[in-house]
Design a protein around this ligand. Structure first.
Ligand SMILES: [Fe+2]
Ligand SMILES: [Fe+2]
Length: 461
């Protein structure tokens, strides 16, 4: 089978010999990376996965059993918009660029590489989780997220290979060389260097960190560099499932806790072998705050440059009336700052609003069980390592703490080693069709119309 048949695509790959050659060189290195750093222990199994086969709204995904190393990672761009114009910044109203504008080459490369680096990083972070999956349904969802993050890497590498020449080829190799958590060659962003060792962390990561991804992609989908816009628009369709996995995962953990509280009359569901709501809250505090850092500093001249250049806009730019953003101030880091310098904060605010809706849905489950407890997002100042609040300590309500107070109370706010140990202890792989771990509720629906009992992963003996 020739290479362009191996790679489903809508970019007319077969006609672009130069690009084909570049990808031919990169593909074996990618597969080697997948074997070394992809899901450990399940590479020979048959997994019921969806594969992107086109960009048609109703028919883009094909479901079937596939061994992960044989997954067909494709290259898809959303269809071009006729006469599309730059929608914001200094080039407002000019035709979008099909090629990289020389003066913005470095900035654009940095945006593409930073986005691209997160994709393989998350696969590396999650590589050991399969062994402790609470059900075959969850195992399959983990692998679906993993192969699609792999495809997102392909999407960024396609841009690097087709628009950035030799630099792009070098960057593509480096994307396969950095390693999550490595001391010599770590991944670029800090939240992508911590291993994810339990399923509650995985659901939190896919809720909060993949949702950061959604907002970065929404901002890049506005880009005046049209290939980047079209690539990220299609990535967003896949990203929605990742956030579903996270949000519904946490919801099922919460539901199980509530069920056990109601059945036993005992509020401490740890005694019943499940996850108590205060621990869920601590995990929220951790993953929400780590994910807030991914938006960068409150005041950012880089963000202003990306906006001015028309490379990275705001989420759903058409919701705004003023696309120049030259006037007016925005509250960020406790001050009013010029709007263009506040673009990170504008995006973070949109993200926080979206996260709030998740919390509402989780709290709805608690309310249904008549339990007087509410999960909440911590204040944006809490536990930050980047930006205006990084130099001080705050509690989850946003009240300033001294270093000493923080040290005394830290374990009230964030998972302590004994909390992590408790959660890790609950994790034991339940890999029989129709079975589910004790600490989580079954999903209400299966995947692609299949029942929960479906054999989502066929283990090779
Ligand atoms: Fe992704
Ligand atoms: Fe994702």
């Amino acid at each position: 089978m020739s290479l362009y048949e191996r790679i489903p695509n809508n970019v007319n790959l077969s006609s672009d010999k130069r690009l084909l050659r570049a990808l031919e060189h990169w593909l074996p290195n990618y597969l080697q990376w997948w074997r070394d750093m992809g899901p450990e222990g399940f590479q020979a199994d048959h997994v019921y996965l969806r594969t992107a086969v086109s960009v048609e709204p109703g028919g883009w995904a094909h479901f079937d059993y596939v061994k992960m190393p044989d997954y067909r990672w494709g290259i898809f761009l959303a269809p071009p918009e006729h006469d599309r114009q730059v929608g914001f910044g200094d080039h407002l109203g000019q035709p979008v660029w099909q090629d990289v504008p020389g003066e913005y080459r470095n900035m654009l490369r940095r945006l593409v590489v930073t986005q691209g680096d997160t994709e393989p990083a998350s696969v590396e972070q999650q590589r050991l989780l399969g062994h402790t999956a609470p059900s075959l349904y969850d195992l399959r969802n983990l692998f679906q997220v993993n192969v699609e993050e792999g495809r997102h890497l392909w999407a960024m590498v396609y841009l690097l290979h087709s628009h950035f020449g030799r630099d792009g080829r070098e960057e593509s190799e480096e994307l396969l060389e950095r390693r999550s958590g490595s001391s010599e060659k770590p991944r670029i962003l800090e939240a992508f260097n911590a291993p994810i060792e339990d399923w509650l962390s995985f659901y939190m990561f896919t809720t909060f960190t993949d949702r950061d991804g959604k907002f970065q992609l929404l901002a890049l989908a506005e880009s005046g560099f049209d290939p980047l816009s079209r690539t990220t628009r299609f990535m967003l369709t896949e990203e929605a499932h990742h956030m579903f996995v996270g949000e519904s995962g946490v919801r099922r953990v919460v539901r199980r806790a509530c069920e056990l509280m109601r059945e036993t009359g005992d509020d401490d569901v740890r005694r019943q072998g499940a996850v108590d709501l205060p621990t869920v809250q601590k995990y929220i505090n951790l993953w929400f705050s780590l994910s807030l850092d991914l938006f960068g500093g409150e005041v950012s001249s880089n963000a202003a440059s990306f906006f001015s250049a028309g490379l990275k806009g705001r989420a759903v730019e058409r919701k705004y009336t003023d696309h120049l953003a030259l006037e007016g101030a925005y509250p960020a880091g406790g001050e009013q700052i010029p709007l263009r310098n506040a673009m990170n904060e504008v995006l973070r605010d949109a993200y926080i609003e979206d996260c709030d809706r998740c919390l509402e849905r989780w709290n709805h489950v608690i309310g249904e069980h008549g339990i007087p407890y509410r999960l909440r997002l911590p204040d944006r100042r809490f536990h930050r390592h980047i930006g205006a609040y990084a130099a001080h300590r705050f509690d989850p309500r946003g009240a300033r703490l001294t270093g000493e107070q923080w040290n005394e109370r830290r374990d009230e706010f964030l998972p302590a080693e004994k909390d992590f140990a408790y959660i890790r202890n609950l994790m034991a792989g339940v890999l029989e069709p129709g079975q589910i771990a004790h600490w989580i509720a079954k999903p209400t629906h299966g995947i692609n119309g299949q029942p929960f009992e479906f054999e989502y992963v066929r283990r090779e003996p």
